[in-house]
Write a protein that binds this ligand. Sequence first.
Ligand SMILES: Cc1cc2nc3c(=O)[nH]c(=O)nc-3n(C[C@H](O)[C@H](O)[C@H](O)COP(=O)(O)O)c2cc1C
Length: 199
Amino acid sequence: MSNTCDFQEPFDLFANWLEKAKELEPRDHNAMTVATTTTDGKPSARMVLLKDWDQDGFVFYTNFDSRKGQQLQNNMQAALLFHWKSMNRQIRIEGPVEVVSDELADDYFNSRPRDSRIGAWASQQSRPMEGRWVFEKEIAKYAAKYAVGDIPRPPHWSGFRVKPHFMEFWQDRKFRLHDRHIYLLNDEKNGWTKEVWFP
Ligand SMILES: Cc1cc2nc3c(=O)[nH]c(=O)nc-3n(C[C@H](O)[C@H](O)[C@H](O)COP(=O)(O)O)c2cc1C
């Protein structure tokens, strides 16, 4: 286990824990919960995959007409949560959200398997569907349309970047006497303030 106190800013620590998770978690070590809110402040949470990250933020991709997509466009704030059972650790990240550049979204979209790219066209994510057959018909339609050549990225499909203002690293310890290391973005200092909180 790394000593969390060694890190003056959260990114090296994040990299360290994510790398460890990759070794230990058999599937989707990059899975995270993303929480958003409705316009009237009701919370809503679901899993997504972290696809890119650096000091500017944490990126996931989705359908912008989905429930989360609509909620984010109305309130560009989100919370992310990683939990790795194999390590008894969690990381919380909170902050404002921005849309990634078309270039970055195109690059990631083009790296996806062909069927996933067809799926992005065929799925009206989070809207009611009369039956699975409707989805299958849409998949067949777009598979035929894009049978040859490149599949363009749908206009409703892109990435959101959560820009961290708050990060918490939580490590389980015996008798629930856990460690909580908090990093708060300090705009005045243009850096991070570190705190330790009661568990
Ligand atoms: C492990 C896991 C990873 C997922 N990754 C994504 C993802 O990267 N993007 C996405 O749109 N949905 C992903 N989903 C599906 C979402 O959890 C969710 O069902 C879907 O995006 C619709 O959510 P919404 O109605 O709140 O918009 C994932 C689900 C699981 C369980």
